[in-house]
Design a protein around this ligand. Structure first.
Ligand code: F6P
Length: 372
């Protein structure tokens, strides 16, 4: 086994790495780990700037060595840049905002991959990027995915990196809002990200001691939320905090969006917290304010946990390439990192399980989940 390992380690490879979709804290830690683990085996690493779009314009490709990744594990953002609109299968024809025409440029990506003499692509991304990775893998590109997203909605992995930082930021915000809410006897609605999944809202809401948590998986009844606020009032608790996921919606209602989606992009969610403030005020008479945490949840330093998972994912991805596996995503399956086929990772969204113990915990400690 040892002999085999060192034989593989000696085999020189040329790999590339890109980061697609929205950024997430821990991206630089992954990039650093991939580069170091690859150099450790004597391989060469190319960084592709600006997501998949960088594979359509080879001037965006840079050599990554120790110098480029020195001292970056604790930094937010990504030294490679990223893009949410670079899907080569649906590439926007015009760069103008609001453009709707797209073209399939995936063959160019495959050609450039071959022309660069690459052995594998390490694709760091969320559900959208993993779907692109899966489609490119079907065209013969050897790809290993690394699960990134603050939303934690990728199937096949217990967690993605970036999620812990987002939950930490949101929890701290809820903590801080408690004192001002209490001082003014107000209700606060706090909108957190998470797209169509309620992971951030649920975890930060419980950790921060929210009174109600509204998530996309449980369409809410405004009356239940207002009853919770009024009950607290009746018991001398003159303030309340409602943590609401951006994708939450009332029973029979729609998610709140910021206009139609642009070409090759997901629709932008947002506005539910503000909408709720008016409704809660109208129903309860309580002065109500909203706070939207938005991209604060994605910026800045990754937590220690995210840095660790990110680096474990990065080193594991290199091990996967070394043993010749592809069309897979590395995944956390505690205590180990394993691989799941890209097919499985992209087969469905990982929603919050309604019969799981975290939802049960919320209910049992008196948090209103919007439905009872
Ligand atoms: O997927 C990560 C995420 O931050 C979602 O939680 C959010 O809906 C979306 O990206 C925001 O995207 P953008 O950065 O394009 O506004």
């Amino acid at each position: 086994m040892r002999g085999l390992h060192s034989a593989m380690a000696r085999e020189t490879k040329r790999i590339a790495i890109n980061t697609g979709g929205g950024d997430a804290p821990g991206l630089n830690a992954v990039i650093g780990a991939v580069v170091r683990a690859a150099l450790h085996r004597g391989w060469e690493v190319l960084g592709i700037r600006d997501g998949y779009a960088g594979l359509l314009d080879t001037s965006k490709i840079v050599q990554l060595g120790r110098r480029e990744v020195r001292g970056i594990a604790h930094l937010g953002g990504t030294i490679l840049g990223t893009s949410s609109s670079g899907n080569p299968f649906e590439f926007p024809i015009s760069a103008a905002r609001g453009a709707t025409e797209v073209s399939d440029r995936s063959d160019e990506v495959v050609q450039n991959f071959k022309r660069l003499g690459l052995d594998a692509l390490i694709a760091i991304g969320g559900d959208g990027s993993m779907r692109i990775a899966h489609d490119l893998a079907r065209k013969g590109v050897p790809i290993v995915g690394i699960p990134k997203t603050i939303d934690n909605d990728l199937n096949g992995t217990v967690t993605t990196f970036g999620f812990d930082t987002a939950v930490t930021v949101a929890t701290e915000a809820v903590d801080r809002l408690h004192s001002t809410a209490e001082a003014h006897r107000r209700v606060f609605t706090v909108e957190v990200m998470g797209r169509y999944a309620g992971w951030i809202a649920l975890h930060a809401g419980i950790a921060g001691g929210a009174d109600a948590i509204l998530i996309p998986e449980i369409p809410f009844d405004l009356e239940c939320v207002c009853r919770k606020i009024s009950d607290r009032e009746a018991h001398g608790r003159h303030f309340s905090i409602v943590v609401v996921a951006e994708g939450a919606r009332p029973i029979g209602g729609e998610m709140v969006t910021k206009g139609p989606a642009e070409a090759g992009r997901e629709v932008t969610l947002g506005g539910i917290a503000e909408q709720l403030t008016h409704q809660i005020h109208a129903e309860t008479g309580k002065e109500t304010r909203s706070v939207v945490l938005g991209h604060l949840q994605r910026g800045g330093r990754p937590t220690a946990r995210d840095r660790l998972i990110a680096q474990r994912f990065g080193a594991a991805a290199i091990r996967v390439v070394a043993r010749g596996e592809s069309s897979v995503m590395v995944a956390l399956d505690p205590p180990e990192i394993r691989t799941v086929p890209l097919e499985e990772a992209t087969s469905r969204m990982k929603s919050v399980p309604l019969d799981g113990d975290t939802i049960a915990t919320a209910r049992e400690i008196g948090i209103c989940m919007g439905d009872e």
